[in-house]
Design a binder for this molecule. Structure first.
Ligand code: MIG
Length: 665
């Protein structure tokens, strides 16, 4: 059962697809007060209460014990001290004395103080908000109700379930071809190569650098013939430049964000002085989406949308003020205090709340300050692209994922978790993020495998890929200047080949489970206690997950570990896989085990009564042979498995493509 309560006058986020009448009181769960023009919703936490959700946020699966401010933030310095990351995913489930879900639907900041100020209290602060309280008989049933409320998750083309190689630093066609050759020579599978900002001319959206990529169409076609798709990045901001059609058209039509008087608001990002498309204005959103045509026409079928919190390095207005200030003290002998003011003047320019407040959108002829609708920006940038793809080729699926997001964006694309680091703790964080994102509808999701910032190591990359085998978006990406982390650059080539191959062997399972979860509003990654709610031990497990309905995983995420402790909440069959077609099995009873896991293998656990389809590893998704599947089984009677057999690229036929296969013991 869902009840909706309203405080203030929320801006329509279009996060939900079902209408509910507004009820007069927040219901039995919360006591409500007001503070500084915002509502505070308080709920007393019992000792045994856990709080799940909040999408990609920092910290563990159980969010209790920290404060989270959902206000989309561009900051590559991800760590436990942070309170905001790139997405605002305002859905939680409280589980314990009472179990219920609650969604705070607000375009503005929502703060979740989950036992931070008072260890025994949940306090949520929001300004203009619709609060949906969801009751059902279990956590999974609550999540299901919520997912029906927010609508069906995006389903990418099947090739997007292959492996993707990326790096900020591929500068030209030769670099891209070198990566492809690296995979081909080593017999490593691959489906995608990503293009970061250097493919553009002067960082101008929808342009291609004429010397670096003299014939993108040919490159895209050559690679596609080998089963590999090129996936370029699109940044939110548009360079200010005379003669650049995107800038000129946008200006002529009033499609960019303005100041409070309606004059274009100039910010600087990679292209230098730029303008932000007003994606909250439907006309401007469609127009920006239609610009993707320039690349679609060259054979591109996938994109990643970046810098759409939106990221602002500085605005020209505030930079001028800072420079004036510095000029005014030029001749002074600066003491430390005065010097700190100088550095603050510069350092506070980036992503500043002042700019967000001064930027305006034009929604139905009304000017709205960006600060109040900040969390909707990346969502609507992605929506504009997705809606255009549907016009461009109505029945075709395109790959699309975004850095910034809000619930609702899950209907239009996936997300990646932004600029993590090559740290073991971030591999662990990646595990914790997956179920949170699933709860909020973001099924097509993943992190930069191997880590984005700083230098990876061979063992970290292997362990991270071993986990990435299970994440729908399986992409290795790293920042400019960090150690190169293409798998073929490392010593244990055979180990990389086997780990990547296992992804393809498991692809029929992963794709089938994904499609079912998307169509039915279910989770793909489930914490143990979601499946075993009465198991106290399961509730404390933060580094094991169910993936779909047949498999439990327990990734190794410690340096130099020979293995790890694994908790089995029930009898399961352990699979130790050394290659996609080489594995051993062993049945284990419920309990705690230390399990050794070598760097070149993965382990997972098949639940009793279930089966897992297995293909032979293949060089790419297109050449997977799914007509000769074998099965991992832990059954003693014929068991039905629903296998996704759609063509992998059209939208129609996905549901019809699910066929029941009976597997004999
Ligand atoms: O200011 O395009 O998160 O994946 O490599 C940095 C360069 C901009 C941030 C993205 C990252 C990407 C990088 N971008």
């Amino acid at each position: 059962m869902i009840k909706k309560y309203r405080y203030g006058s929320p801006f329509p986020t279009e996060a939900t697809v079902q209408e509910y009448p507004v009820t007069p009181a927040p219901d039995a769960y919360f006591t409500q007060s007001e503070k500084d023009g915002a509502a505070v919703f308080r709920y007393p936490l019992g000792k045994e209460d856990a709080v799940f959700g909040l999408g990609e946020q920092v910290r563990g699966i159980n969010k209790r014990g920290w404060i989270y401010e959902n206000y989309n933030a561009d900051d590559p310095n991800i760590n436990e001290a942070r309170v905001s990351l790139y997405g605002a995913h305002n859905f939680i489930v409280v589980n314990g004395r009472k179990t219920f879900g609650v969604f705070f639907d607000s375009a503005d900041k929502v703060t979740f103080d989950i036992g931070y100020t008072d260890p025994d209290e949940l306090a949520v602060t929001a300004k203009n908000v619709d609060v949906y309280i969801i009751e059902a008989e279990s956590i999974l049933a609550i999540v299901h109700e919520f997912r029906m409320l927010i609508g069906q998750s995006y389903i990418p083309p099947k090739w997007a379930f292959g492996y993707g190689q990326s790096r900020w630093g591929y500068k030209n066609e030769a670099d891209i071809r070198t990566v492809f050759e690296g995979f081909r020579k080593n017999d490593f599978p691959i489906d995608m190569i990503y293009m970061d900002i250097d493919y553009m001319l002067d960082y101008k959206d929808f342009t291609v650098h004429p010397e670096r990529f003299p014939d993108l169409s040919k490159l895209a076609a050559d690679l596609k013939a080998e089963g590999v798709y090129l996936v370029p990045i699109i940044d939110a901001a548009v360079k200010v430049q005379e003669g650049y059609s995107v800038c000129e058209e946008g200006l002529a039509n009033g499609y960019f964000c303005t100041d409070s008087e309606g004059k274009p608001y100039v910010v600087a990002v990679w292209p230098g002085e730029s303008l932000l498309p007003d994606v909250l204005n439907p006309e401007a959103r469609n127009w920006f989406g239609s610009q993707y045509k320039a690349l679609l026409d060259q054979g591109i079928e996938g994109f990643w949308n970046d810098m759409n919190e939106p990221a602002i390095f500085y605005s020209t207005g505030r930079l001028a003020e800072a420079l004036d200030y510095i000029a005014s003290i030029e001749d002074r002998n600066l003491d430390t205090h005065a010097f700190n003011k100088v550095s603050y003047a510069i350092n506070s320019l980036q992503n500043s709340p002042e700019d967000y407040a001064a930027l305006h959108h034009n929604v139905d002829g009304k000017r709205i300050s960006h600060a109040e609708v900040h969390n909707l920006y990346g969502y609507n940038m992605t929506r504009g692209a997705a809606e255009y793809f549907e016009q461009y080729c109505p029945d075709r699926r395109y790959l699309l994922f975004s850095r910034a997001s809000y619930i609702g964006a899950h209907r239009y694309g996936g997300i990646w978790t932004g600029d993590n680091s090559s740290w073991w703790t971030h591999l662990r964080h990646n595990i914790a993020q997956m179920p949170g994102m699933d709860m909020c509808g973001f099924l097509y999701a993943g992190a930069d495998l191997g880590g984005h910032c700083y230098n990876t190591t061979e063992d970290l990359l292997l362990r991270w890929l071993a986990f990435g085998v299970f994440t729908p978006l399986m992409r290795n990406h790293a920042t400019n200047g960090s150690r190169e982390q293409e798998p073929y650059l490392f010593k244990e080539k055979r180990a990389f080949k086997n780990i990547l191959g296992m992804r393809y062997a498991l692809l029929p399972y992963l794709y089938s489970e994904f499609v079912k979860a998307a169509l039915r509003g279910e989770m793909l990654f489930k914490p143990l206690c979601f499946e075993y709610p009465d198991d106290k031990r399961a509730k404390t497990v933060e580094d094991q997950l169910f993936v779909g309905n047949s498999i439990m995983i327990a990734p190794v995420c410690e340096q130099n570990a020979a293995g790890r402790y694994v908790y089995l909440p029930a009898r399961m069959k352990m699979i130790r896989m050394r290659a996609g077609d080489r594995y051993t099995e062993r049945v284990l009873e419920k309990g705690e085990y230390y399990i050794e896991v070598a760097l070149n293998e993965i382990i997972f656990f098949v639940r009793e009564g279930t089966v897992v389809p297995l293909a032979k590893p293949a060089p790419n998704v297109a050449s997977l042979d799914e007509t000769h599947l074998t099965w991992l089984k832990f059954i003693d009677a014929p068991t039905v498995y629903e296998l996704a057999t759609d063509d992998g690229f059209t939208r129609s036929g996905i549901a019809e493509g699910l066929v029941e296969v009976t597997v004999e013991p």
